[in-house]
Structure formats: structure tokens, C-alpha cells
Design a protein around this ligand. Sequence first.
Ligand code: NFS
Length: 672
Amino acid sequence: MAELTKDKGAKLADPVGASIDPATQELIARAQRLNIDTVFDRAVQMKPCAIGLQGICCKNCAMGPCRLPLPKGGIDGEDTRKGLCGATANTIAARNFARMVAAGAAAHSDHGRCVAEVFMSAARKETDAYKIKDVNKLLAIAPHFGVATTVEVDGAVQDRNLDEIALEVAEKALNEWGKAEGELDYLKRAPAPLYEKWSKTGVKPRNIDREIVEIMHRTHMGVDQDYKNIVKQCTRASLADGWGGSMIATDLQDVLFGTPYPLQSEANLGVLKEDHVNIIVHGHEPVLSEMIVAMSQKPEIIEYAKSKGAKGIQLGGICCTANEIFQRHGVPQAGTYLQQELAIITGACDAMVVDIQCVFQNLANVAKCFHTKLITTHPIAKMEQENVIHIEFDEHHALEDAEKIVRLAIDNFQNRGSEVMIPQYKASAIGGFSVESVQYHLGGTFRGTYYTLNDNIINGRIRGVAGVVGCNNARTRHNEAHIKVVKELIKNDVIVLTTGCNGIACAMEGLLTPESAAVHCGPGLAEVCETVGIPPVLHMGSCVDNSRLLLAATEVVKAGGLGKDICDLPLAGSAPEWMSEKAISIGHYFVSSGVYTVFGLHLPTSGAPVFHDYLSKEMEKMYGGKWDLEADPIKHAHMMIAHIDRKRKELGIDKARERVLMDMADRQALEG
Ligand code: NFS
């Protein structure tokens, strides 16, 4: 069955050195036995360009690429490096960084636009497949778009017709991408002092598309040549992502598919079943995956699978699609970004259905070696390889499309070869901690606020809050930094909110269970988790759901006692294994929203030290958040903890923590 896809004699990855996960290690080794190359091998065979890595290669015109390497021994005195046009290292690095923000913001926001369009179809009742599932959420977001939820009739206030509200919200939401004047409606959801900062520095996004287009214009040859001014536009565009495209995506997905509430599932490639039709859904937009989930649960479809000799249908998610269907339906997470090829290499994947973002083109080559049908579904994301099937997904005939895809997978079950190898590793995991469900869990039904969380932060049981997010990167050992950073944080009583592939990594490691608190947490956090019955790592969804982190932080500010702005909170952000342009956009809107944010690996800014410094020190002066970088995961976590402690001190709550810890030690001494 296997076809050779790699050069004979090429250097191969060491499976154990490539990943901390045994399932991943086993499948890398299997791929190597079968002569199928994976990203892990390619990372060993191809070295990254040292100049590009530092952000100082400009290819924005045909006089270049101009490369401005740092002189050996660093810059002594004036930095005289320049490109043919005279562009400095700062300009070049800032341009490249800005284009990453633009691409990242575009990816999230175009995803959001697609959801808004589907929501419009649902509001217009043009589709049977999509309906408004969460009316409360619709009513909660309507006022933020200036849409009234009540009307006055003859002097009496009445609830407004839901269909009317939905239509108006759909119009207002879609308008955010291209409105001619004003600013994004959601900006005012931020704490007032933060909104004031954005007003003062002039970075409030006007509309989502415009800020992205303006980055492309400003970074064209010969336009913006002041890195500070370019950063200002990065801030505008990234805010248009975090408080715009991503936040609208999250909200409308919740309205259409339900706001997540805690539910239990499993994670890692061991969720695939040898005797089931296995369908992997990979990519990002739940608009597709929701329909696949619905279709695979239909009795007649399950019967069809049985008629073909399977015991049933097993779905598994990869990348953020995994997070979306995990948090709303408890569909198991088959793996992270770096495990996508491996899912096919099990030999048990009957179909892999992909939409947009984070999809390897090499999947097509791997699929060729097995019976796996690789199905692309999005008009903007096709593949050139001939074995790839394109079934275009459209909200107007979504269920029919989903049925076609699921039946194709079922029909393919019989074509499976005998060489199936599903690594027997999986962990249980609890997901579904939306802003609303955290409120419920920590505040109780009647309180419904973040008061309990604040209380535990103030009394020091919880030292602080960390948002740990982002991708895997084949340039570093798969999941190692994710897990080390998160474990170090919870060991030090920092509660972790996770999204994206970090969420999947934590799920695979068993950290998304309440039981893990007793094993891995410091005494304060362990006590809170035990009392409330939550995991120490709360899975808040996909990468567009980083907007939930912004709103959770805002709720903490609102609940009181921890300052007036996000930057006052004992809070830090982290992306230990980032790789995508979306991560840069997220990092920048975290920083611009007041969050101290540490990235792992490297940043494409190191070749322009002045610009690099600006992202840290000057951003902090303006917004209270700053960029930082640390590849070592333990140091990385401790930089976050040091920031959290600084904030505790500023808030005057540092003493409380010392008391709590002493209490605990005393208690342990007594027990001993
Ligand atoms: Ni985020 Fe999702 Fe994963 Fe990174 Fe890709 S899946 S949107 S970009 S790799 S976390």
C-alpha cells in the first residue's frame, strides 16, 4: 500500500526527540518504516533561513530580496544597515511583522465573516441546516451591536420578535467588516480605561477589512517607513481581530451551535477505533464540522455504516475544528496540528475532511499511501494533488453535502488495508469552559459573576491567571514546551485558560480533568479545584475563542477588587510553540489589551533590536501589556509568574498569598 514519498537515504527525525507523546512517537516510527515522510523528518532535513527567522529580509519589491543580517558581535554604535531603497532593519522587520498580523487577522476575521454569512442565512430562514440554538446568547450580544431586544407598545415594554432581532444582529455584524464610518461596535465591551487608551493613541479599528488592507498598503514599497507608525497599524488590525472578527465568530458560533458548557470526552489518536468508520474533521470553521457531527449521528447513517461491516462511526477532530466540536459536543480530539499526517498513517482514517487553515499540503501525499479519502470543502482552500476530492460546502445545501461526505467515508471503510495501527493512547478530558460557564461554575447560579474567582485570587489561593494558547511547531519537540509551561504554572497556583493546540496538548496529557489538580497543582489551586470541581486547566475553545479570554479578563475586572483594567490583573499570556501568523495577531491584540505575553521559540523581530524593544517597552507604556520571548519553558513560566507577582504587589494583595501558603504548610505539618 505504501508508496515512497521520501528520498532514500535522507536524514530522519528521532521519534522520541521529536515529540513527548508516545502515540506520536510510534506513528513517526511507523511512517519511517513505511518510507513516508512526515513534517518531523522534513524539519530535520530543511533548516530555516537564519535571516528570515530574524525578520530582516525584505521581499516587498523586485529590487530585493534585501537581506540585512546583524553584524557578528551585534551592533556597536549606529545601525547603518539598509536595503536598496534605504529601508532600515526596523522598517523591514516591522513590515514583515505587520504582514503577519494582517494575514492572521484576515484568517480569523474571514472565518468570522463566513459564520456571519451563515448566521444571516439562518436569520433569513434560507437554510434548514442552521438555526438559532442559543437564544439567550443572541439576546446577550444584541445590545453590543446597538440592537434593541425589547419594544414599547402602548407604553408597555415587550420582548421584541426574535426573528427581527436575529436579522438586525446579522446585518449589524456583517457591517463590521466594511462600514464606512465609526468604529467597531464591540470595542466598548472592553474595560473603560482600556477603551480610553485606544482612543488616546488613535488605534480604534474603523472596520475589520480596512485595517487589514491598510497594512498591505502601508507595507508596500515606499509607504510607511516609521516602525512606530507601522506598529500602530498592527495594533489597529489586531484589535479588529480580537475584539472584532474573532469575537464575532465566537459569539455567532455560540448563537448558532450553542454556548459551550462542561462535558467530558477524550483526546489523542487512540480515540480512533479499528472496527468503526473513522472520520477526521480538520481545520477551523464549525459551520462544516457541525453538519458532519449531525449527519454521523443520524440513525439511518449509522445503519448504513453497519451495513458496510462497521460497528459505527467515530469522529475525531484535529486542530481548532477539534476544539470546536469537543467543546460543544464532546467529540474526541484526535490530535494537534503536528499529528495531522499521523492520523492518516494509522491506516484507520477512512476520510479526512478539511476546510481552512493549518492544513498540510503533504496530507495529499500521505493519503496516497493509504485508502484515506482526503476531502477539501472550502472554495478558498483546494489542493493541487489529483487524489484530493473537492466537495464544496454551502450553507444552502449543507446537510446534503455532509451526507455525501459521510457516505463516502462509510463506503471507503471496506477499502481499508490490513495494516492498521492505532496507538493505544488517549486521555480523558473535560472541555466547554466558556465565559458563561465559568461564571456559572465559579459564581454559582444566583451570583453569576466572577466574584468567587476574584475572591480566590485576592486571598491568594489562586496566584493568578494565565492564558496559554497556540500551535505546535516542528522546530521544537512536539508538546514539550506546552506541557512544561502549563505544569509549572499550575504547580505555582496559577490557573490556566487554554485554547487552540495548547488545549489539545493539555487534553492529551490529562490536564483537563479535576483529578489532575491533586497531582500537579500547588496547594492553593488544588484546594479551589477540589472545592469547585474544575480542572486546573480550563479549555476555552479554539483560537478565535481567544476572544473568550479577553472577555473573561474583562469579567474579572468587572467583578472588582483587582484593579480597573486588564493590565492591572495578575494575568499573563503565553504561546510556547507558536508557528502561525494568527498567533502573531493574537499576541499583538493580547499585548494591546494590556496582557503581558510571552512567546516561545523565537520572534521574527530579533534582527531589528530597536523595533524588538519597542514591542516590549513602548507597548507597555501605552497599553500596559508587552511582548516577551523565552524559549526555555520553565524560565518562560517563571517570567509569567514574576509578572503575576508584580501585579499582586501593585494591587496590595501579595501579603495575602504568603499567609495562605503558610496556613497550608502549617496544616500539612499538623497532618504529618
Ligand atoms: Ni491556532 Fe487553530 Fe493549532 Fe495554531 Fe493552527 S489549529 S487557529 S493556528 S496550529 S493553535
